[in-house]
Design a protein around this ligand. Structure first.
Ligand code: EPS
Length: 355
């Protein structure tokens, strides 16, 4: 059995949900650790007033008893507090009574850079809201909850994952400037994983390559337009003699230009990945667009938005990397019971004499 994650939920619907299957039984989860990551995701500089409405906290509906996993699917819920303002507009069933609250009028002004236009064309929607609600980065909340569970699993074998903003001070200054000019900014985040044994992932097929899986997971996050493993694009400028990490007799390296992955397999060095986020597409000074109701030129939709979500991305990217490493670790070490997983890891390290 492998680890799997399925999610659902709209930004202003009742809740976000995640089902995690394939977790070993007996894994101890810490509610404060999960809620702590949810709070970290919300606290980034430059977020919209929406973050004052939400107080994200995890609810567990299945798969956990007295704080330990049962080896059955773990069902997580993060409620959208803002739904109380959208009970008519985002009602799952045909709403009763007069329209009230938000989301009662169709959105017809697609924002360049958002899912709006492609979403309505692809799915045949007349209201852009039907596309933007799921495309919203609100959805990352439940991925962060799943990532916190993945980190708990990884911690049992001494593996830790941490995300950060590449240049926090410069970012905050850029956010202040953009806010004053009613604009938005993007940025770059870095995720590092320590304690990774050699041998996670495989060169056997491209689906198994750890670098491919990490790139897939990071590109799957809203607004991410670029991913780099180790020195990434800079490696293209170097000679082979300068680009690779020489192997010492203890099989460790003095450099880590590969970012801890060679041929799609972890090599025992720290895993280092970066993701680049584009500036958010909801602009207070909107770009040109079309009114889909009239076919006329029009300014794109203007609504409450973040100036930047780069600090949030650091937490979300950390969760995404943690999840993929947990999948790779579960594939390598198996384990219906957590003690089997831990024992398989220990016996593997013994076989390869990795200390
Ligand atoms: C988002 C737009 C904003 C963000 C939201 C993502 O939401 P709203 O339209 O309700 O103001 O705050 O992010 C979150 C709610 C969150 O929790 O991260 C978007 O369009 O992607």
């Amino acid at each position: 059995m492998t680890l799997r994650l399925a999610t659902a939920g709209e930004s202003h619907g009742p809740a976000l949900v995640a089902i995690l299957s394939g977790l070993p039984a007996g894994l101890e989860l810490d509610r404060d650790a999960i809620d702590g990551d949810l709070r970290r995701r919300q606290q980034g500089y430059g977020r919209s007033p929406r973050q004052q409405i939400e107080q994200d906290a995890v609810e567990v509906l299945a798969g956990l008893r007295h704080g330990r996993t049962l080896g059955t699917p773990l069902a997580l819920v993060v409620r959208n507090a803002d739904h109380r303002n959208w009970t008519w507009g985002m009602a799952p069933w045909p709403p009763e009574g007069e329209p009230s609250g938000k989301g009662t009028k169709p959105v017809t002004l697609p924002r360049p850079g958002h899912a709006d236009l492609a979403g309505v064309l692809k799915y045949g929607h007349e209201d852009v809201r039907n596309a933007l609600e799921r495309a919203s980065a609100r959805h990352t909340a439940v991925h962060v909850a799943a990532g916190a569970v993945a980190k708990a699993l990884l911690a049992t074998i001494g593996l830790a994952v941490a995300g950060s903003v590449a240049d926090e001070e410069a970012l905050r200054a850029a956010i202040d400037e953009a806010r004053a000019e009613r604009d938005t900014v993007g940025g770059v985040v870095e995720v590092r994983a320590t304690g990774v044994p050699p041998g996670l992932g495989s060169y056997a097929t491209k689906d198994d390559r750890l670098d491919a899986r990490l790139a897939f997971a990071l590109m799957g996050i809203q607004a991410v337009k670029g991913v780099e493993i180790g020195d990434g694009f800079a490696l293209a400028e170097l000679r082979g003699s300068e680009a690779h990490d020489e192997i010492r007799t203890d099989r460790r390296r003095d450099t880590n230009r590969a970012g801890g992955i060679e041929a799609g397999v972890s090599n025992g060095e720290e895993i280092v990945v970066r993701a680049a986020m584009k500036p958010l597409p909801t602009l207070m000074k909107p770009l040109g667009s079309v009114d889909l109701a009239t076919g006329e030129e029009a300014a794109a939709l203007v609504e409450r938005s973040d100036v930047a979500a780069v600090e949030a991305l650091a937490v979300v990217a950390e969760a995404a990397v943690a999840w993929e490493l947990a999948v790779a670790a579960r594939d390598k070490f198996g384990g219906d019971a957590i003690r089997d997983f831990v024992a398989a890891h220990a016996s593997y390290l013994e076989r390869i004499e990795w200390h």
